[in-house]
Design a protein. Sequence first.
Length: 245
Amino acid sequence: MAELDLERTLIDYGLRPKQAKVYLATLQVGSGPILKIAQQAGLARSTTEIVLNTLLDKGLVSSFKKKRVRYFSADDPHTIIGSLKEKTTIMERALPKFMAVYGSSKSRPTVRFYEGKPGMKIILEEILNEAKSLLSFASVEDLFATLENYPDFVKKRVELKIPVRVILRDSPKARERKVLGPQHLREVRLIPEHYDYHGLFYIWNDKIAMFSFGEDLSAILIESQELSQMQRASFNFMWDSLEPK
């Protein structure tokens, strides 16, 4: 795996870019003073020292003194896996209590905001984990242009046997989705192309997810039985008003 891929893996794990760079540099050096690690990382000595101390707090590096010079060494990468497993175990033990608190707030809507493609991916994963069926209103060109990995979501949805009814703005791509619909557990109806919008929403269970594909990619997830029922009724009215062919 290339060095940049390793840095990306560390960032996905939860480290900041400079933390990932310094941890990887420390791993490559093996054991060395701050200056040597800074040179390996391509960062200033002062910056490297600050970052090393944060990694020390996270338990990812260790420190010792040799002839009054402070040395750092990276802990075994297995430490990261062990830390993740330990955190998962702690959360699993506390899950019933968290769910009790979560359930007590169900009488009022909850709203979550997400930014960028990673946030949208979180919502798509939530759909795959929870939905038995889906309703969707979308701009298919914007969807595929923005979320390059969207076909992976479709593939997993089909594997999980989650059917979807979707209303799309008429276009060659939308008609293609309609033709391919049966093999993707998807039923499509079209609205005239002069209805201009850039985004999509999903409805499942008691949840509504709305994606904005404008300059600032963002998404909102609302959980409310009343609001989802209202949105579902609006969708079904549009669906029943459109010709199936």
